[in-house]
Design a protein around this ligand. Sequence first.
Ligand code: SAH
Ligand code: SF4
Ligand code: F3S
Length: 440
Amino acid sequence: MSTESQSGPRVYLETYGCQMNIADSQTVNAVLRRAGYSSAERPEDADVILLNTCAIREHAEERVLGRLSDLARLKSRRPELKLGLLGCMAQHNRATLVEKASYLDLVAGPDSYRRLPEMLRNASFDPAVDVRLDRGETYADITPDHDGSIRAYVTAMRGCDKFCTFCVVPYVRGRERSIAPDDLLREIRELAARGVKEIVLLGQTVNAYRHGASDFGALLRMVARVDGVERIRFTSPHPSDINDSLIDAMTTEPKVQPYLHLPVQSGSDRILAAMDRGYTVAEYCSLVERLRRAIPALALSTDIIVGFHGEDDSDFRATLSLVAEIGYDSAFTFKYSVRENTRAHKLGDSVSDEEKGRRLSELIALQEKISLDRNLTNIGQLFKVLVEGPARRGNAMLAGKTPQFKTAVFPAVEGIRVGATIAVRVESATAHSLICSLVA
Ligand code: SAH
Ligand code: SF4
Ligand code: F3S
C-alpha cells in the first residue's frame, strides 16, 4: 500500500500461497487505500491485521492457524485491534473458522475484497463474514498497488473450471472468468509507464483465457504491443489448453520469454486418470516435443504430487521415468494432502506419510541432479539478463533472470542499473543458479 496517506487506520497485511494471492493482496491494498487506510510495516503498529491465506495443502492452513494464535495475543492486549482472514482458506473453512478462531473479526473470500471497508466498519459486532463467490467479480476497475519492482504480476483470469480431483482451487476461487483485454492493457500500460519491464500474466489455468474473440495467444500478442514492456511471462498454463495460437505467440513475439511452467502432477496414466487431469503421459510428452520443436530455447518446469490415493510403487517409478525423460529445468514437488470438499476427499489417503516422504526425497534428489546437469550445459553460453537487484548470496553480486527464468548472478559493477538488460556469460552453475561474468 502507498505510504502517502498516513492518516487513516493502519493495516498490516500478510500474504500466503501463490502469485495469485500476492496479486490479490495488491488489490486489497488498493481497495483499503481508496477507503482511507494506510499501511503498517509491523503487526504491532497496526489497527487492522489481515492474513491473505492459502488452502492448497493442510500444511499451508496449519501455518496460518499458528500465526493467527500468535496474533491473537496482540489482540488480547489491544481488544480494539481487528483481526481478519482473507483468501482461499477463509473460503475453504468458512464454516469452522469462526468457532476455531473466536478472536476473528472478519472472514472474507477471494471475491469479497471490494466490500472490505464496509466489513471493517461493521466488524465490531461479531465476525463479519463474506464468502460469496461471484462469477462476475474480476476487480477490473481496481488498479492493484504495485510494489515498485521491475516485474509485475497481472491477473488475467480468475477461478478454475478443471476440478482436478485432488484440488481445492475451484471450490475456493470459483468459476473461470477472464478480464477484458482493454482493462488488462490499461493496467499494463500504467505499469510500463512506472518502469515495470516484465509482465507476468496470472491465472490458475491462465491459457484457458478467453474474452470475446481473444484467446490467450491473442492476449499475448496485444501485451507485446505495449511500449516499455520488455518481457512477458505467464503462469500456470494447463497442458490441455495449449493451442497453436499460444505456440505461435511464443515463437513470433520476441517479448514472450522461452519458459513454461507446465504442471504434470504424475507420470502414471492410472493416476492421471484418477486425478482427472485430462491428458495421458503420451499426450503430455508429445505436447512437450511439439513445444520444444517450435521453441528450441524453451525451459520447462513442473509441479508433481507424490502419494496421491492409489499411487503404488510402480506408479511412482513411472513418475521418476517421466521426469528423467522430459528433463525439466526445475520442479515443485509436493506430498499429497487430502482436502475437504474435493472429489478425491472421500477416497482418503492410501499412502503413509513416511512413504510419501521417501518418494518425495527420491524425486527431489533426481530433479536436483537433472537441474544441475541442465544448468552445467549452459556454461560458456551467453544470456540476456534483466537486472533485478542484489543477489541473495550478497558479496557485491547482482541477480536477475535469463529468458529461461533461471537465476543468474554476476558482479555488481558500477553503472549497472536495476531494470537494465545486460549480457552475461555463464562461468559455473549449481542446480539453482548460473554464476556469470559480464560481457562487454
Ligand atoms: N493450476 C495449476 C496448479 C495450481 S496449485 C495447475 O493446474 O497446474 C499448485 C500445485 O499444488 C499443483 O500443481 C499441485 O501440484 C499442488 N497441489 C494442488 N492440490 C494439492 C493437494 N491436495 N496435495 C498436494 N499438492 C497439491
Ligand atoms: Fe487445481 Fe486442476 Fe484447477 Fe490447477 S487445473 S487449479 S490443479 S483444479
Ligand atoms: Fe493457495 Fe489459493 Fe493460490 S489455495 S495456491 S492461494 S489459489
